[in-house]
Design a protein around this ligand. Structure first.
Ligand code: GDP
Length: 471
């Protein structure tokens, strides 16, 4: 074989080793995607995860840790040199400082590599030496997955659908007035395009603040380094009769198409398509607290987000990803430390029911799927309180607003999820028989002791489900 051929095949071999999670290959690499809508808890989850993998004292449900087979876990330079690194040290410093506070949330994609030195288990233990497994954690906004829905829509279709949706929403009025006042058949003026894009972004932010989740294009809310660029300076418009070439309509259309080809496609091709295992975080408690409308929005938007993971996916994404698939998907309700553990099964059941529609079609066939309630960082302790002679399972923590200690009982979640999902689907304005209160807690003061890790809820079970088979 000519030298070129040999180096080619070596390069290919390395690529295969990198791409595979079969565990028998040399130093396998697992790419774990962490996603969820803005404020779902991605940053806190990943920070807690890394801290508790580096110091595994609080990870008894991770089999390899319990069996003492993980010799060492260490941070490594990541392989993708052009991606921002997940800023673990800064996030940890926020949590562990004198005035503990929550770290800054995810704004764009980032990555970090953890490497495990593990001893094999069972009968292999005597035959094989230490193995190294690399875990690449890829953090990306769930909003970016929603852009999948744009890929097969023309600008005209997208405009029509979006404007129709805005008509049903009070927060859409200002932008609708702005869009209708324009004649998109006229020649483009950049200031007009900018004002429209700003107006549309304002609408998306308002919709988001109301708990609506169907806010696309995803980069309008989380632009990363694209803020202000022409590829984000477009908006939906009523179609003019015969738009000329240099018209506002044609230019908007051109930018919309560029958004698809230059922003959405590279993300799916270079990052999403390479994920092996995935955790989807959901602020289910927050949505329940906001009311039935927010729960229904969350359900609808999750169904859309999950479309990206369907095995039987069609069209554009299938062409991009091919036969490769995500092996395991975990749906996790975050911030479970707002609830006494007695209520966790109810929260998990609601989470599973929320994503059941997408799951029910068996479109993740072959992928292990699970639902769980967890907390990346536990900010409360459990406490039972008595009200009117009734014992209530509550939690206690330091309030984010005043710093004072408070006890919270958020209400009794029904054990039957349909009592949450049915009124949400039916368009109810309020919960009939209950109020679900929530308080925002600050992280408790703590120190990271050698071997100790940070307080969490079920991170060990989450890791066991996601990558336990590879350790
Ligand atoms: P991201 O936008 O998905 O990265 O969300 P973050 O991880 O920044 O979380 C958003 C906010 O949710 C945080 O600032 C906290 O206030 C809250 N939060 C996230 N995770 C937890 C948790 O485990 N426990 C509690 N009590 N609050 C959490």
């Amino acid at each position: 074989m000519a030298l070129g051929g040999i180096t080619d095949s070596i390069a290919r071999g390395i690529e295969e080793a990198q791409a595979s999670v079969s565990g028998l290959l040399f130093e396998p690499v697992v790419r774990l995607g962490v996603t969820g809508l803005s404020r779902a808890g991605k940053t806190v989850f990943i920070t807690g995860l890394i801290a508790n993998l580096l110091e595994r004292g609080r990870m008894p449900q991770l089999t390899a840790a319990r069996e003492g087979r993980i010799e060492q876990v260490f941070l490594q330079p990541q392989p993708d040199l052009t991606l921002p690194r997940f800023d673990y040290e800064r996030h940890l410093a926020a949590i562990l400082g004198d005035d503990p506070h929550w770290p800054e949330s995810t704004r764009a994609i980032s990555e970090l590599r953890l490497s495990f030195r593990v001893r094999p288990s069972g009968w292999l233990a005597g035959m094989r030496g230490m193995r190294v497994v690399h875990l690449d954690i890829v953090d990306y906004p769930g909003e970016w997955l929603l852009d999948l829905s744009l890929m097969e829509k023309s600008y005209a279709q997208w405009s029509e659908e979006t404007l129709a949706r805005l008509e049903r929403r009070a927060e859409g009025r200002d932008f609708l007035a702005l869009a209708r006042a324009e004649d998109a058949g006229l020649r483009l003026e950049e200031t007009v395009a900018q004002a429209l894009a700003r107006g549309f972004t304002d609408y998306l932010n308002a919709a988001r603040a109301l708990g609506r989740s169907d806010c696309t294009p995803g980069r309008f809310l989380l632009p990363g380094d694209l803020a202000g660029s022409p590829v984000l300076t477009f908006a939906p418009l009523p179609a003019p009769d015969r738009p000329a070439r240099a018209s506002l309509w044609r230019e908007m259309e051109r930018r919309y198409e560029a958004y698809k080809s230059k922003v959405v496609t590279p993300f799916f091709r270079d990052h999403f398509a390479r994920i092996d295992r995935q955790v989807v975080l959901m602020d289910v408690l927050g949505a329940i607290h906001q009311g039935p409308g927010a729960v229904e929005d969350l359900r609808r938007v999750m169904a859309e987000v999950l479309g990206a993971f369907r095995v039987g996916r069609r069209g554009w994404l299938a062409g991009l990803i091919g036969a490769r698939r995500v092996g395991r998907i975990l749906f996790a309700a975050t911030k479970a430390d707002h609830l006494h553990h007695e209520q966790h099964p109810a929260l998990t059941a609601i989470t599973a029911a929320l994503v059941a529609e997408a799951r029910g079609r068996a479109e993740f066939a072959g992928a292990g799927v699970s639902a769980m309630s967890l907390a990346g960082l536990r900010a409360t302790v459990e406490e039972e309180v008595e009200r009117d002679g009734i014992r209530l399972p509550a939690v206690k923590g330091r309030l984010l607003t005043t710093g004072r200690t408070a006890v919270m009982y958020p209400g009794q979640l029904p054990s039957d999820p349909s009592r949450i999902l049915s009124p949400a689907r039916g368009g109810a304005e309020n919960w009939l028989d209950a109020e679900y209160g929530l308080m925002a807690f600050a992280p408790a003061r703590m120190t990271l002791r050698p071997g100790g890790g940070l307080p969490h809820i079920r991170l060990d079970r989450a890791v066991e489900f996601l990558i336990g088979d590879l350790l």
